[in-house]
Design a protein around this ligand. Structure first.
Ligand code: SF4
Length: 394
């Protein structure tokens, strides 16, 4: 067989997405899911082509929200999906917290998606306990969810949050069987409690795990394969991605089919990822810079910066594309204010780390970071960011 024929056959090798059991729902979902947010940005023909290809390679999980394009995503997907409905696990979301609002939105959603039921319906962006309390209050969203379930319009409840820290508490308050949660190598450095505590807790409760933002809202666009394969190490039931072209779908699917990074590949990604560079703290299980309580404080301080702006602003010059992305993606969903408040409440804990860095009395204070982070400089930046200022001369 000559080289030309071999490469041609390789190109046509069929892709096939595996499936996974989604927690206690009994549903089987494809390892890659189609997220509806970015369908608003392309025309209906393109949505149709993406849907056909996705289903042809074994995709079955499709998720959108009433709020995406004020219903435009649901309308486009409804048109593209109607002949495939029986094969799909179809999901949508509502940000409404009252029963009347949910009921109205749910009926609009079903009509737009051209279906009589959703397999999963999400309490969307539940990021404060106040949201949860409103949902379970008399006349709250939960009443409409329960009615919808009793009438067969919704099969299972799910939840999404952009302050994932509170998910275990939410699981004690709201009945849900699946979670949509951030899953990527940048945000696992910013929210180490996701891999360390939240995912094991969700697994223990047999709650299905759907990862969102595998590319950190697009910030990891240079590292698609590594990003998906890193996320797979944490065994999500499905990675939901916003591909809205055949090219993006094929790249995402190829990465998922390749499977998780092994340990050597994983260390190589953590060492060489351009988005982490020599600035983002990897939250190593054993920090090489400090030991004991001080190491915990140092990592907690870096984690707070992660929650503040995802450790994106390192006060170094960058190209204009990177600058624009960082400006747009750094501060999401009010999390910066939550990080500032946490810093203000716990600043005493950090003082014996911050003081030597600020006074440049750091000669013997910090051992080298194994990823080359300039620790005193980073601490000065964080202290300024979290107290609402600018770092002095670095
Ligand atoms: S060694 Fe560096 S990257 Fe690792 S936890 Fe310590 S400061 Fe963070």
């Amino acid at each position: 067989m000559n080289f030309y024929i071999r490469t041609n056959l390789m190109k046509q090798e069929p892709m096939r997405l595996g499936k996974s059991k989604l927690g206690s729902t009994g549903l089987k979902v494809s390892m890659l899911g189609l997220g509806g947010f970015h369908q608003c940005e392309v025309d209906s023909d393109t949505v149709g082509q993406v849907v056909e290809r996705f289903i042809a390679i074994g995709g079955n999980y499709v998720e959108t929200a009433r709020s995406y394009g004020s219903g435009a995503s649901e309308t486009k997907l409804g048109q593209a999906l109607k002949k495939h409905r029986r094969k799909l696990v179809l999901a949508s979301k509502t940000v409404k917290r009252d029963a009347e609002g949910v009921w109205r939105e749910l009926n609009e959603t079903l009509e737009a998606l051209q279906t009589d039921h959703l397999d999963l319906y999400f309490f969307h962006n539940v990021s404060m306990i106040e949201d949860a309390n409103a949902i379970i209050a008399p006349g709250g969203a939960l009443e409409a969810f329960m009615r919808a379930k009793a009438e067969g319009m919704v099969k299972h409840f799910a939840i999404s949050s952009h302050w994932p820290v509170i998910l275990p508490r939410l699981a004690d308050i709201i009945p849900f069987e699946a979670v949509l949660i951030w899953g990527n190598y940048l945000d696992f450095c910013n929210y180490p409690e996701i891999p360390d505590e939240i995912l094991p807790d969700l697994r223990k409760r047999d709650i299905g795990i759907l990862f969102m933002k595998p590319l950190a809202d697009g910030y990891l666009y240079r590292s698609v394969e590594n990003a998906f394969r890193y996320s797979l190490r944490y065994s999500p039931d499905c990675i939901v991605s916003g591909f809205n072209s055949l090219k993006l779908l094929n790249a995402d699917a190829a990465a998922v089919i390749k499977g998780p990074l092994n340990d050597t590949e994983n260390e190589s990604v953590l060492t060489n990822a351009p988005e982490l560079g020599n600035y983002v703290c990897r939250q190593c299980p054993k920090c090489s810079v400090l030991a004991g309580r001080k190491a915990r404080s140092l990592k907690a301080l870096f984690e707070l910066e992660g929650k503040y702006d995802r450790q994106m602003n390192d006060f170094q010059p960058v190209d204009s594309g990177t600058y624009a992305l960082r400006q747009y993606l750094g501060k999401w969903f009010g999390n910066a204010q939550r990080a500032e408040a946490l810093f203000a409440d716990n600043s005493a804990e950090f003082m014996d780390i911050i003081e030597p860095a600020i006074t440049h009395d750091s000669n013997n204070s910090f051992a080298p970071c194994r990823y080359g982070i300039d620790i005193p400089r980073k601490i000065q930046i964080i202290a300024a960011k979290l107290s609402g200022g600018q770092p002095a001369k670095l």
